[in-house]
Design a protein around this ligand. Sequence first.
Ligand code: ADE
Length: 307
Amino acid sequence: MIPPEAYARLAKIAWVHAPPTEDASESEDVIGRYRICERLGAGSAGVVFRAVDPDGQEVAVKLLRRRRSRGSRYMRELELLERTAERPGVVALLDAGRSARGPFLVLELAVGGSLRTLLSREKRLGWRDASELLLTVAESLAALHEEGIIHRDLKPENILLQDGGQPLISDFGLAKDLGDADGELTSAGIAMGTIGYMSPELLDGNRDQLGPWTDVFALGSLLYELIAGKPPFSGKNLREAARSVREDEVADLPDTPPRLSALVRRCLAKDPTQRYEQAGDLASALRDALSPADNLPEAEPPAPSEG
Ligand code: ADE
């Protein structure tokens, strides 16, 4: 049950099921009080633009797609978005409203684009750079996991980069609807590229089995892809990709310390109880795997003493 005061608080946030209320004559390059500069991309939640606010500050404006989900679920999602939007390492939610073109969110602009853009450009990263990046994401996620908040839709498109390359998690609370009434995976709205980050329990629609370990799986998949230059699971179509997630063994990572390969494999365990339980545990393991002592070459045997 959503308490009545939550409605007042969330009234400032876009309400997809309501018709646009502002003057429909609003011009093409304006959304609310934001001047649109360029289209940055489109995701499951909607189209994103780079824009400037009335003070000249650059922001990202996300024009939300109409959703098929029921009002109550949409409300829960927005509530989650609001709860997570001021956390370190999470894209800040600056404003929200309704425009002639539909409801919109105003977000902190991540000028470095997404990890997807980075992967398209660089193909792969060295294991150390990839692990350090993932460690930052895991540390940001750890505090949320402690409170029982999970993302459920982590993928390269949802990890954005700041100017200095610091990662920010985006789209909290905007996770797509999964499964039909019987808990079966439906293909509607699930892009091929998304399947490989979805754990078996998420694919099977086992809502009661979802937890922080579901995000840990996605982070494992992400780390694998960053290092290997290709995802750990794939297929020619949705069914094939889902089969790969459920059944395929994870190949060894090239040019990677065995300890890190084992860490990634543990994240990607089919059985959720075999994974790190939450992002904080993964962060500790990553810190250990990155510690110099662990990666030194084998110690030289002592030189024979003279005399
Ligand atoms: N793409 C999606 N959200 C974005 C944001 N906040 N900044 C930059 N690009 C984005």
